[in-house]
Design a binder for this molecule. Structure first.
Ligand code: MRU
Length: 343
């Protein structure tokens, strides 16, 4: 299994996803502040992975307090919740840690500390198990000979391990189906070029890297037979937020009559929101767009926009694959049926 993040008792280790594939550098993070900065700077990224990182950051931060301090505990949770706004998994994991802590009012510092560490580890373990389940359900939709296009990185690196969209691709591959993958490079942060291809090539899956603007060309030629992507947030009506560019892929898929699948665990669902346009979209640093490898590609003075995610409306989605099963339209009704009773 590829390393994403590891709890080491007095620190957390994570691979620096900004440096891949050239360098495999691991950081030892010793404070919750360092974990918060790692999420902001995208040393770790991907919706489930940042949820796990936040949970471990809370456990680490609390442990380092050395004594019980509810005010400080809540400050740690707040700091971690301010790192990135779009992925539901981050807030889901923080709420889970907070609810556990608040349910242990009469316990000692030692007991609370152990409970918080165990909870963070449980969140990580459950995430891997959910990905494997999703892989089983999702690979039933993949046929021998399929060429699957994916966008961004929804792999082991974006999760506790195995991956959501890439988990489905892995499961199909392990079951002996001959598949090929087209990975969109995913400008501007290049998660597809740097991370998805790194994972898939290691796995021995035939993988083609294309720049984002090539996707339509290959769809029109009939070379792409399925599309599988992850999600950062899925709301009640089935609209999803995922990496910027996902919406364009979904529109092209519809035009070319190619099934467009979204894979995500229940921690990505936000049933408090009705529609996709209510999801907060992160705006990231301008440098990510105008610098490539530290080199300027646009003149001084040009204005830049850098939304990190977009919304794909439910009518463009063929099915949502979860660890509880595959959800088909009508989404509002069927999401409620599968996810409604979860918490
Ligand atoms: O900005 P990122 O790299 O955190 O964005 C990641 C994505 O958009 C992924 O597709 C999503 O989190 C699903 S990961 C299983």
């Amino acid at each position: 299994m590829l390393p994403t993040i590891e709890w080491k008792d007095d620190h957390i280790i994570m691979i620096d996803q900004r440096k891949l594939p050239e360098e495999e550098i691991y950081h030892k993070l010793r404070t919750f502040e360092a974990v918060a900065e790692a999420i902001e700077e995208m040393i770790i990224r991907g919706a489930p992975a940042i949820g796990i990182a936040a949970a471990m950051g809370i456990a680490l931060g609390y442990k380092k307090l050395g004594k019980d301090d509810e005010e400080m505990f809540l400050k740690i949770c707040k700091r971690l919740s301010e790192t990135r706004p779009t992925a539901k998994n981050l807030f889901w994991a923080i709420d889970r840690m907070k609810n556990l802590y608040l349910s242990l009012k009469n316990k000692s510092f030692e007991e609370k500390k152990v409970a918080l560490i165990n909870e963070a580890l449980k969140i990580e373990k459950e995430d891997i198990e959910m990905n494997k389940k999703m892989g089983e359900f999702g690979s039933s939709l993949i046929e021998d000979g399929d060429t699957i296009l994916t966008h961004c990185n929804a792999g082991a690196l974006a999760t506790g391990g195995f991956g959501t969209a890439l988990g489905i691709i892995r499961a199909a591959h392990f079951s002996g189906k001959k598949i090929r993958v087209f990975a969109d490079e995913t400008r501007p942060f290049l998660q597809g070029a740097r991370l998805t291809t790194w994972e898939l090539v290691k796995e021995g899956i035939e993988t083609y890297l294309i720049s984002d603007n090539m996707a339509g060309f290959f769809m029109k030629k009939g070379e792409i037979t399925k599309i599988v992507v992850g999600a950062d947030r899925i709301v009640s009506n089935g609209d999803i937020a995922n990496k910027i560019g996902t919406y364009s892929v979904a529109v092209l898929a519809k035009e070319n009559k190619i099934p467009f699948y979204v894979a995500a665990p229940y921690s990505t669902f936000d049933l408090s929101l009705e529609r996709g346009d209510e999801i907060p979209i992160e705006e990231r640093k301008k440098e990510e767009v105008y610098l490539i490898n530290g080199k300027r590609i646009a003149p001084e003075g040009v204005k830049i926009k850098n939304p990190a995610f977009d919304i794909t409306p439910n009518e463009l989605i063929s099915a949502i694959i979860t660890e509880k099963g595959i959800i088909y339209p009508p989404y509002r009704e069927n999401i409620k049926k599968i996810m409604g009773e979860k918490e």
